[in-house]
Design a protein around this ligand. Sequence first.
Ligand code: MEV
Length: 442
Amino acid sequence: MCESVARMDQRPSSRLSGFYRQTLEQRLLTVAGWAGLDDADLTALRAGLSVEQADHLVENALGLFALPLGLGVNFLVNGRNYLIPMAVEEPSVIAAVSNAARLARAGGGFTAGSSEPVMIGQVQLLEVPDPAQAEQAILAARPRLAALIDPLHPSIVRAGGGFRGVEVRHLPDTPAGPMLIVHLLLDCRDAMGANAVNTAAEAAAPLLEALSGGRARLRILSNLSDRRLAWASCQIPVRAFAGDGVEGAPVAAGIAEANAFAWADPYRAATHNKGIMNGIDPLAIATGNDWRALEAGAHAYAARDGHYRALTDWRVVAGDDGEPALAGRIELPLAVGIVGGVTRVHPAAQVALKILGVATARELAEVMAAVGLAQNLSALRALAAEGIQAGHMALHARHVALAAGAPAGLVEQVAAQLIAEGQIRVARAAEILAGGMMNDER
Ligand code: MEV
């Protein structure tokens, strides 16, 4: 059941050295050549969603709220090169993930895999007179449930998905009394599947009421989609962490120690896992996926043993060549789709998927897991070595310059002065912009 969806790579290397030094226009041309984008794609990237489209997407629409769309580079996953479209406002995220992907290439990149894309629909049954007997009746009704649910989703069934089974869970002690919870399992293939699962749960509820003698209340998917997992791993020679007079071994050991902290302490694990989602959410947003669903699933999965923990594992091991290596692994639920929903409606999401070049939702989930692992690696590497602020400073200074109203042509200059002065404050940026203070020695 669990495997990778690896496929042949006929694309150029995603190792784009110095990409960040190109102008925005040059970057667009580079990516257009790399991913085969046409003029319409480039227009879609620039224009994104229209106000008219927004008006159809949500209620009471007023306008648009734009996010920067950047590109994570250097990714090699299951031997295939990927460029990662990322919609995110936080400075350093894209630079950091690209840097970690470059490091991972020293160990052959990431290996990733995924389970079948099976979602869970929940039906809550109350006032069930005989829960044990109801469980038997519901489990025995599997063929009837399949016959009821599969015809509701012809396109999913045509694609090889459909109803996969039924499970019953007992909640004997809740504030509203005992409950029987029925899980309907649905393989959603390349769709995220929320609508399909909710439709199935609502359609099955009357039959489940008849079988159990109980009363159905909620009929909705679970965002703890732990039947739809993705994982990624990498093994990086410790020597790859050396640089600027720093040896690799203490950095690798520091990363393992940082991970142990997050394994043991929920206060640290929350921040650690937030750093993982720094990579996963931007890719989800860029591809039109529901990042709140991913957040909910990730954090619930992090607490699956009753203790909230790190979603990653990093440890120093003996590498294949006998030299020490840092081995990392992540596993989490990733319910993502490449068809339907916003993915289909948002023009920039379509182009993002084209850049990514994934053939299935599982492949997207596998790449996403690798992105989460890379984002975590970059954060832990910086935290274990120079600290996080050093890398953040330049971009933070640019944000502060922008916040103070710096025009595009002056942002770099003002930011550089803020850093040189060691006081990155909007008030100081405003003073610099007000003029006559660019050479102030204070
Ligand atoms: C900041 O957005 C994310 C980090 O705090 C993650 C971490 O601490 O691991 C740097």
